[in-house]
Design a protein. Sequence first.
Length: 205
Amino acid sequence: MALNQDFTLTPQPCTLTGHGVRLEPLSLTHAGALTEAARDGELWNLRVTSVPEPEQTASYIQAALDGYAAGHMLPFVVIHAGTEKIIGSTRYHDIIPSVARLEIGYTWYAKSHQRSHVNTACKLLLLEHAFDTLGAAVVGWRTDNFNHASQRAIERLGAKRDGVLRHHALRRDGTVRDTVMYSVIAGEWPEVQAHLNYQLNRHAD
């Protein structure tokens, strides 16, 4: 597939707003609020996620900012528009401009906002920006083979399962996981966009 030369896949810090959420560029000033969001459910105790422990939040943010400086990440905090509270984090990562590919990941939300419209809203904003503004040819996801909730959430978005990378990455407990890979390509985006808007409109009703 030929790449669209009218776009250059070089994500820059920006704010994405809509559907009751706002994604703002992550900074070290968010450390306290992110720690409080993670305490809602003590999310760092989940074996198959990357949520930082309270004392590690600042280093977690710094690693994300280092990834941005190196050109392969763009991290956000997730803000609930109604309360203005930070409720989680997400980011673009594994950004590869030469093939117009990026992935969405490192996503987590306070327990009280899980199983709500928040994930669908955030993914719609990120996908719209990736395909319509940055000109991505493909957007990918990856998740732990035992993180079945994450796999179901990705599949509900309309992403296709690409396959499994065996013995691929370390978990926080030192074990090695298999990684399940998903993607949406640019030609599938209009249908995925319509599907996500439909889901959000149902929530609004």
